[in-house]
Design a protein around this ligand. Structure first.
Ligand code: PGA
Length: 212
C-alpha cells in the first residue's frame, strides 16, 4: 500500500500566484498518494483534491460556511477535520467534529481526523477512516515526536479503531525524518504542515517515504 501524504498549507500563501507556483511544482508527483489541502479560496483555481475543513450542513443561512457538497462538486476527495488549530483558535469540540465527520461521509468525502489523544476519537468513524496522530508539542515547533512514542500511539489508535483504518503521523515532518515514521514506526502516511509549502522539500518527503 502506498503511503498517503497530506499537505496542509494552513493559512498560506497570501496570493493565488504563489499558490499556483507551489501547486504546479508538486501536483504531478507520481510516487505515493498525495492530497494537497490549500485554503478554500484557492481550491477552484488549483483544482486541488483536499480541503482543510468543512461545515456540517449542506447549505443554507450560515454566513461564511463552506458545505461538504461544495467541496465535492469541486473535485475534492479528502477533508481535514479536528485539527488542533481548529480546536484551539475556533473552539471546536468533539461534538462539532463528529457532526462534520457525518456530513463528510454522507456526501462521499473522506475525513482526515486529527487527534493528539485517544479521547478525541469519535464514535462515528467509519471502517476505513483516516486518523492523523498529531502531538501538540510537535506541531510547527521543529520538535518531531520520538519514534517510540509515535509508534505506541499508532498501535493504540489502531487497537481502538480497527485494522482497516489508515493512521498518519503529523508534527514537524521534514525530508530527513519522514521515512522513519513509515518504515520504523509503521504509520501508513504523513500529514505535513510547514514543509509542504516548500516544493523541493515536499517532493523529497514523498520520494523518501515511498522507497524505504
Ligand atoms: P507542521 O504541521 O508539519 O508544520 O508541524 C503539521 C500540522 O499541523 O498538520
Amino acid at each position: 500500500m502506498k503511503p498517503l501524504i497530506v499537505a496542509n498549507w494552513k493559512c498560506n500563501p497570501q496570493t493565488l500566484e504563489e499558490a499556483k507556483l507551489i501547486f504546479d511544482a508538486v501536483k504531478d508527483i507520481k510516487d505515493g498518494e498525495v492530497i494537497i489541502c490549500p485554503p478554500f479560496i484557492y481550491l477552484s483555481a488549483l483544482r486541488a483534491n483536499g480541503a482543510q475543513d468543512a461545515f456540517w450542513e449542506d447549505g443554507g443561512a450560515y454566513t461564511g460556511a463552506i458545505a461538504p457538497t461544495m467541496l465535492k462538486n469541486l473535485g475534492v476527495t479528502h477533508v481535514i477535520v479536528g485539527h488542533s488549530e481548529r480546536r484551539k483558535y475556533f473552539k471546536e469540540k468533539n461534538e462539532v467534529i463528529e457532526k462534520k465527520i457525518d456530513a463528510l461521509l454522507a456526501c462521499g468525502l473522506k475525513p482526515i481526523l486529527c487527534i493528539d489523544k485517544l479521547s478525541q476519537l469519535p464514535k462515528n468513524l467509519d471502517q476505513e477512516a483516516i486518523i492523523a496522530y498529531e502531538p501538540l508539542f510537535a506541531i510547527g515547533t521543529g520538535k518531531a515526536c520520538g519514534l517510540d512514542k509515535a509508534e505506541a500511539m499508532r498501535v493504540a489508535i489502531q487497537r481502538a479503531t480497527g485494522d482497516k483504518n489508515k493512521i498518519l503521523y503529523g508534527g514537524s515532518v521534514n525530508a530527513r525524518n519522514a521515512k522513519d515514521y513509515i518504515c520504523q514506526a509503521g504509520f501508513q502516511g504523513l500529514l505535513v504542515g510547514g514543509a509542504s509549502l516548500n516544493p523541493e522539500e515536499f517532493i523529497d518527503i514523498v520520494k523518501n517515504v515511498c522507497y524505504c
